[in-house]
Structures are given as structure tokens and as C-alpha cells.
Design a protein around this ligand. Structure first.
Ligand code: ADP
Ligand code: AMP
Length: 209
């Protein structure tokens, strides 16, 4: 009995370790140009698989409109200018959202993190704050031309009420994407961690490829 108990005791930490590993947030980064269709396809993934969608842009917009937020004005300016908000703000919003999701339901440990990491600063912030705390499985890259991105955002702008779905902001957002985000995708590509999707096709076609 003692031997069996000792054996079990020896096994428990391993089981706990395995359980913890399993419960560690499993992350898929979702990247692509503005309007490439990231949010649209993430919604479908969520409807079909046990993933939680966290959009960095949505979290920032939420924080911008939160009463008493000390970052509201700053976020507002950055979004209109298509610039990348300082990582300290974004990473804390993401971390909090992941923690709250897992606290509410421990089975919800799979995340689609959309619009992050958008630049080197984002990536460094992630590596510093989340090192060992989450597993990045791969990057889902929605690939389509700048023209398609702009057209879709202008179309979305007719009803989105977004302050950055206009031609002026879009030119800047595309520049930010090309200069800052593409190099991040290339870095992950070198690690063999990118799954590229032809995002220029219809919503159904993109879903089915
Ligand atoms: P993102 O999250 O990448 O900014 P969205 O998912 O919000 O992009 O899509 C931008 C706009 O384009 C939305 O109005 C959406 O309805 C539309 N859209 C998304 N995917 C497609 C597609 N494959 N073909 C045509 N329009 C699309
Ligand atoms: P999106 O909703 O992904 O199109 O993002 C809209 C805007 O939010 C961007 O143009 C940025 O100004 C800001 N933003 C979104 N994601 C990030 C991020 N990861 N880091 C900093 N700023 C971001």
C-alpha cells in the first residue's frame, strides 16, 4: 500500500504538471492587412471550435471608451493615425482578457489573438510579459492585396462608425502594416510557423480553403 501510495504521490506532480501545461493558454496569432477579413473568419472559427477571439483593436476601442480610462485620448489619436499603440497598454488588455476568460471557464484556454503582434515592440512585449505563460502554436496569415484591403474597409466604413475606416487613415494603416507587421510575419515564416490563407476570395471560399 505504501509503495503504491508513494508511487501515486510521485505521479501526482507529473499529472499536475501535465494538467497545468494543458491549461496553459494555447495561442494562434491572426495577422494580415486592415480589412483582410481576420475578424470575419475568427467569428466562424469561434462558432465551430473551442476558441476565444481576442482582437487587439477591439480591446483598444473598448478601453478608449471605458469611463475613467487614462489612455482614452492617447488610444483615440493612435487609432485615427493608424499608428501602433504602445505595447504596455495592449499587452495588459490581452493578458487581462485571457485571464478573465480562463477564470470564468477553465476549459477556455485556446485563443485567437487577432491584430497582434503588429510590430517588433509588440513582439518584445509579448516575450517579456508572457514568456513561459502561453504557447504560441502558429500564425494565421490572411494574405490579400492592399487594394482589396482598402476597398473592404471603405465598404465597412459605411456602417462601422469606425474613425479609421476612411481613405486618409487607411493609407497610414497600410503603411504601418507594410513597414511594421510584414517583417513580424516574415520572422515567424522563417520559423516555419505561418499558415498563409488567400484572403482575396469570398468569405465562404476563404473559410473552406
Ligand atoms: P479585419 O478584421 O481583418 O479588419 P473584417 O473581418 O472586419 O477585417 O472585414 C473587413 C470587411 O470586409 C467587413 O466589412 C467584412 O464584412 C468584409 N469581408 C471580410 N471578409 C471578406 C471576404 N472574404 N470577401 C469580401 N468581403 C469580406
Ligand atoms: P484593427 O481593429 O485590427 O484594424 O486595429 C485598429 C487600430 O487599433 C490600429 O490601426 C492601431 O492603431 C490599433 N491597434 C490594433 N492592434 C494593435 C496592436 N497590437 N498594437 C498597437 N495598436 C494596435
Amino acid at each position: 500500500v505504501i509503495v503504491a501510495l508513494l508511487h501515486r504521490l510521485k505521479k501526482i506532480p507529473r499529472a499536475v504538471h501535465r494538467w497545468r501545461e494543458m491549461m496553459k493558454p494555447q495561442v494562434v496569432f491572426v495577422l494580415g492587412g486592415p480589412g483582410a477579413g481576420k475578424g470575419t473568419q475568427c467569428a466562424r472559427i469561434v462558432a465551430n471550435y473551442s476558441y476565444t477571439h481576442l482582437s487587439a483593436g477591439d480591446l483598444l476601442r473598448e478601453e478608449r471608451s471605458r469611463k475613467g480610462s487614462e489612455f482614452g485620448q492617447l488610444i483615440d489619436t493612435y487609432i485615427k493615425e493608424g499608428k501602433i499603440v504602445p505595447v504596455e497598454i495592449t499587452i495588459n488588455l490581452l493578458k487581462k482578457a485571457m485571464e478573465e476568460t480562463m477564470k470564468a471557464d477553465e476549459k477556455k484556454f485556446r485563443f485567437l489573438i487577432d491584430g497582434f503582434p503588429r510590430n517588433q515592440d509588440n513582439l518584445q512585449g509579448w516575450n517579456t510579459v508572457m514568456d513561459g505563460k502561453a504557447d504560441v502554436k502558429f500564425v494565421l496569415f490572411f494574405d490579400c492585396s492592399n487594394e482589396v484591403c482598402i476597398d473592404r474597409c471603405l465598404e465597412r466604413g459605411k456602417s462601422s462608425g469606425r474613425t479609421d475606416d476612411n481613405r486618409e487613415s487607411l493609407e497610414k494603416r497600410i503603411q504601418t502594416y507594410l513597414q511594421s507587421t510584414r517583417p513580424i510575419i516574415e520572422q515567424y515564416e522563417k520559423q516555419g510557423k505561418v499558415c498563409t490563407i488567400d484572403a482575396s476570395r469570398s468569405v465562404d471560399e476563404v473559410w473552406l480553403v
